[in-house]
Write a protein that binds this ligand. Structure first.
Ligand SMILES: NC(=O)c1ccc[n+]([C@@H]2O[C@H](COP(=O)([O-])OP(=O)(O)OC[C@H]3O[C@@H](n4cnc5c(N)ncnc54)[C@H](O)[C@@H]3O)[C@@H](O)[C@H]2O)c1
Ligand SMILES: [Zn+2]
Ligand SMILES: [Zn+2]
Length: 337
């Protein structure tokens, strides 16, 4: 079978390899779609810390079961599936509490171990979500969107609340869409006007703000001086993550969906006087995948326009060089096999 290996930064190679050996209890899935996200671009460019090469990228995956034995998941050969790419240990403190998304020993396909940019992958059926009835594109997009669904779930009840989402990339867009679905009044903030326009169209947000244009005044105006009760930062920008403390209402929550390899500092008197709750949000769980799937099924999410770029597997190496250029204005690229 064919497989695309990221051999070292800035270098992909298409290679011919044997089919994966299928361990007892595992399923063989024929990969049909691979979504490409920021993590893959960073890995390719070589600025993903702790990334080791060679590595097969790809963690936003959809495919068809080619081989499967008796299983407890109601899965059979020919089923279309989305893959939950977070492989947990099942034993650590987080796993014991059902929080496999932040397992102590977590291995993510395409990040810590080889992922899905190959024609077949062998995986345990517990990491497959049956998506018969969805398109292959929709199935592959469950993963990036479930990140947003998970973050919104972390926020608890937000019905009728004014909430702020900073960062209008593919991750922030998911947060915005699910916050709207949960009945919040959503303010989107970014520095990129084009992306802000897309938030209006795609996630139906109520307000958009440019982060360079006095956010505190604008947020105060929208909330009659209260400020948003929940702020999600999905920028991956350290400055934004530090500033975001200032945008939260007294008694509110700040949720970091984006991540940076840096220390975040904040004023404790500020944090204390507001009695803020600061939360991380990592990956997603099967519950989030199921939630996104039902939103897609009921037509609440437009996957077609979320996907901005597309390539065949054979042309992917060439296309990738274009996608890393910000001028390509990529939101989400998808590779077809
Ligand atoms: N929680 C998770 O498990 C998880 C999973 C995947 C990705 N992520 C992280 O989520 C973050 C966002 O991912 P993405 O793919 O959407 O990234 P992206 O780079 O496409 O989008 C980030 C957006 O933030 C905007 N931005 C940057 N600096 C800003 C600032 N100072 N003020 C306002 N807006 C600013 C950018 O213009 C951009 O539109 C990244 O940090 C990524 O690593 C988290
Ligand atoms: Zn991703
Ligand atoms: Zn674990």
């Amino acid at each position: 079978m064919k497989c695309i290996v990221c051999e070292q930064p800035n270098q992909f190679k298409m290679v011919e390899v044997p089919l994966p050996s299928v361990q007892e209890g595992e399923a063989l899935v024929r990969i049909r779609r691979v979504g490409v996200c920021g993590t893959d671009l960073h890995a390719y460019k070589g600025n993903q810390p702790f990334f080791s090469y060679p590595r097969i990228l790809g963690h936003e995956l959809a495919g068809i079961i080619d081989l499967i034995g008796q299983n407890d998941f109601g899965l059979q050969k020919g089923d279309q599936v989305s893959i939950i790419p977070y492989l947990e240990c099942g034993k650590c403190v987080a796993c014991r509490k059902g929080k496999m998304n932040c397992c102590v020993n977590l291995k993510v396909l395409g990040v810590h171990i080889d992922g899905g940019m190959q024609e077949y992958i062998s995986i345990h059926p517990s990491h497959l979500v049956k998506t018969n009835g969805l398109s292959l594109d929709q199935s592959a997009m469950l993963e990036p969107l479930s990140i947003g669904a998970h973050a919104v779930r972390r926020a608890g009840s937000i019905k009728g609340e004014v909430i702020l989402v900073i960062g209008a990339g593919p991750i922030g867009l998911g947060v915005m869409a699910f916050a709207k679905q949960r009945g919040a009044i959503v303010v989107a903030m970014d520095v990129n006007e084009e992306r802000l326009k897309f938030c209006h169209r795609w996630a139906k947000v109520d307000y958009t703000l440019n982060a360079l244009d006095d956010p505190i005044k604008n947020l105060s105006d929208i909330t009659n001086g209260d400020l948003p009760t929940v702020v999600f930062d999905a920028t991956g920008n350290v400055e934004s993550m530090c500033n975001s403390f200032k945008y939260v209402a007294h008694g509110g929550k700040l949720i970091y969906v984006g991540l940076v390899k840096a220390d975040i500092t904040f004023s404790d008197p500020y944090f204390h006087s507001k009695e803020l709750t600061l939360m991380g949000s990592r990956n997603a769980t099967r519950e989030d995948f199921d939630y996104v799937m039902s939103a897609v099924k009921t037509g609440k999410l437009d996957i077609e326009s979320y996907i901005s770029h597309r390539s065949s597997f054979d042309e992917m190496i060439e296309r990738f060089k274009e996608w890393i250029d910000p001028e390509s204005k990529m939101i989400k690229a998808i590779v077809e096999l």
